[in-house]
Design a protein around this ligand. Structure first.
Ligand code: P6P
Length: 290
C-alpha cells in the first residue's frame, strides 16, 4: 500500500531501501568517533554513516526542500522553502536512535518526520512520520493523516503486517528514562504508582520501547530532570514524530503540559520532556506534574 502523497511516498520508500542498507552496514561501524553531535553526545561511526546515506538520498527527492538531522548542526537547504512552496517538505531525521546500543548489540531505530513547514517547526505541521526498528526483524511503523501501518522490511521493500495500528485499551508496559535520583518529586510519585500497575520495559533506545507501548499498550517517558528540566530527547527529531505516530494510533503525547505537537520550537536541536502512551496514563501524568 503506497502513500497517496507522491513526495511522502518517495521519502518512505527511500527510507525503506536505506534502512535495509543501514542494518547490513552496522557491522564494522560500532566504534565511537572523536566527534560529538550538536547535542554534545558521542557519535559512533554508524551515526555519521547512516546520516550521510539518508541526507544524500532524501535531499535528492523532488519535493524535499530541507533536510535536518540530529547528527548535523545546520538544516540542509535542498532547494525548496516549505513555507512558501506548496510541494516542498522538510524532512527531520534521527538516523540511528539509540546508537549506544550498538556496542551492547541491542535494538536501535531510525526516526523520520515529514513537515509541511520550514524547520524548526511545530509537530502539528507534520504530514507523516515513521520509524524503523532494527530488532530481531526490521520493521517500519508509518503514520499519515489517514492511518498507522506496520511493515516488515526485506530487500529494501516493505510488506504490510498490521493495518490501522491502534494502542490496546488495557496498558501493560512502561519505560521511564533518566536516573531515578534525578527525577522530580512529582514525577517520582507518578512513577511509584505506575510501577505497581504495569511491567517495566526499558531498553535504552526509544524506538524499541515505544514499539512495546504501541504493541502492548502503556507509556514511555523521558521526563524533565532536576539537573535538566528540558529533558534529553529532541523535539524535532524524536518528540514530534513519535508524538504524531502515537496520537494517530489513538494515544496521547505530552511535554508534561500539552501535546508535543503543540510545543513551539525554539531551536532545531531543542530538547523536550517526552511522554507518549495511552490517553488515561498521559492525562494522569499531566495531573501529577501540575
Ligand atoms: P539514557 C538514545 O540515546 C536516546 O536518545 C533514546 O533513544 C533513549 O530513549 C534515551 O536516549 C536513552 O537515554 O539516559 O537512558 O541513556
Amino acid at each position: 500500500m503506497t502513500v497517496s502523497d507522491p513526495v511522502v511516498e518517495a521519502v518512505v520508500s527511500t527510507v525503506c531501501r536505506t534502512a535495509t542498507e543501514i542494518r547490513q552496514g552496522l557491522i564494522g561501524r560500532r566504534n565511537t568517533v572523536d566527534e560529538a553531535n550538536p547535542s554534545g553526545e558521542t557519535q559512533v561511526e554508524a551515526d555519521v554513516w547512516a546520516d550521510d546515506l539518508l541526507a544524500d538520498r532524501l535531499s535528492s527527492i523532488d519535493g524535499v526542500g530541507q533536510y535536518a538531522s540530529e547528527e548535523r548542526s545546520d538544516v540542509l537547504d535542498c532547494g525548496g522553502d516549505p513555507d512558501t512552496e506548496t510541494d516542498a517538505y522538510a524532512v527531520a531525521v534521527d538516523p540511528l536512535d539509540g546508537s549506544s546500543n550498538l556496542r551492547s548489540n541491542n535494538s536501535m531505530g531510525t526516526i523520520v518526520g515529514v513537515y509541511d513547514a520550514s524547520l524548526p517547526a511545530r509537530g502539528d505541521a507534520l504530514v507523516a512520520a515513521c520509524y524503523v526498528l532494527y530488532g530481531p526483524v526490521t520493521t517500519m511503523v508509518l503514520a499519515t493523516e489517514e492511518t498507522v501501518t506496520e511493515y516488515e522490511l526485506t530487500g529494501g521493500e516493505r510488506t504490510i503486517v498490521r493495518r490501522d495500528v491502534t494502542l490496546p485499551d488495557e496498558p501493560v508496559v512502561y519505560g521511564f528514562g533518566g536516573r531515578v535520583p534525578n527525577w522530580t518529586d512529582a514525577f517520582s510519585e507518578y512513577a511509584r504508582e505506575i510501577e505497581r500497575e504495569l511491567k517495566l520495559r526499558y531498553g535504552g533506545a526509544m524506538i524499541g520501547d515505544v514499539n512495546q507501548v504501541l504493541t502492548y499498550g502503556g507509556i514511555f517517558a523521558y521526563p524533565g530532570l532536576e539537573s535538566r528540566p528540558e529533558g534529553k530527547l529532541r523535539l524535532q527529531f524524536e518528540g514530534n514524530p513519535i508524538g504524531y505516530i502515537v496520537e494517530r494510533a489513538g494515544g496521547r503525547s505530552s511535554d508534561g503540559e500539552r501535546s508535543l505537537l503543540a510545543v513551539e520550537p525554539n531551536d532545531v536541536h531543542g530538547r523536550t520532556p517526552l511522554f507518549v502512551g495511552n490517553t488515561d496514563l498521559i492525562d494522569r501524568l499531566e495531573a501529577a506534574l501540575e
